[in-house]
Ligand binder design. Structure first.
Ligand code: FES
Ligand code: FES
Length: 181
């Protein structure tokens, strides 16, 4: 059995015909060749597969592509290009927030989604007072990014990068239709 569905990935429209058991991760990597999205655990435990769907971060290994028919997906290469980096990507570079880089696409997408959640006033498990004006402390960054593991242990630099970019424009260069990213 196959089902038809439509995904917009980094500004490009794709019409797919997939086994209904196909995850968003496998649809991106195996069917669309978007290999910046990494498969780590394939069980929702490492965050390497994090992408933005309709602006929200999701673990793409846990979502069925069929559930996202019509969605807008943005991956790390949809956020910026080598010549025009997203502020979060630039911050990761500036702070050496990566070593092997395997977790980095997921870390960057998760950081963008996390900052959107924070700006909407969503509390975290370590928010001391949910009535007060929120402050993005290092503890908040660590808690909110705790679903993204880094086997190289670059956490200190990742926290520094996110702290540095916390006020950045998160949508500086939305891909335009037809623009290749
Ligand atoms: S590959 Fe999805 S959370 Fe690990
Ligand atoms: S930089 Fe290597 S896994 Fe994070």
């Amino acid at each position: 059995m196959r089902i038809p569905l439509h995904l917009t990935v980094n500004g490009h429209d794709h019409h797919l015909d997939l086994d209904p058991r196909t995850s968003v991760l496998d649809a991106l990597r195996d069917h669309l060749g978007v290999t910046s999205v990494k498969k780590g655990c394939d069980h929702g435990q490492c965050g390497a597969c994090t992408v933005l769907v309709d602006g929200e971060r999701i673990l793409s290994c846990l979502g069925l592509a069929a559930s996202y028919d019509g969605a807008q997906v943005v991956t790390a290469e949809g956020l910026g290009t080598p010549a025009d980096l997203h502020p979060l990507q630039q911050a990761f570079l500036d702070h050496d927030g990566l070593q092997c880089g395997y977790c980095t696409p997921g870390q960057v997408c998760s950081a963008v989604g996390m900052l959107r959640e924070f700006r909407r006033g969503m509390p975290s498990h370590v928010t001391p007072d949910i009535q007060a004006t929120p402050h993005l402390s290092d503890a908040e960054i660590r808690e909110r990014m705790s679903g993204n593991l880094c086997r190289c242990g670059a956490y200190v630099h990742i926290v520094a990068a996110i702290r540095d970019a916390q006020h950045a424009d998160l949508d500086p260069a939305e891909p335009r239709p037809g623009e290749h990213r």
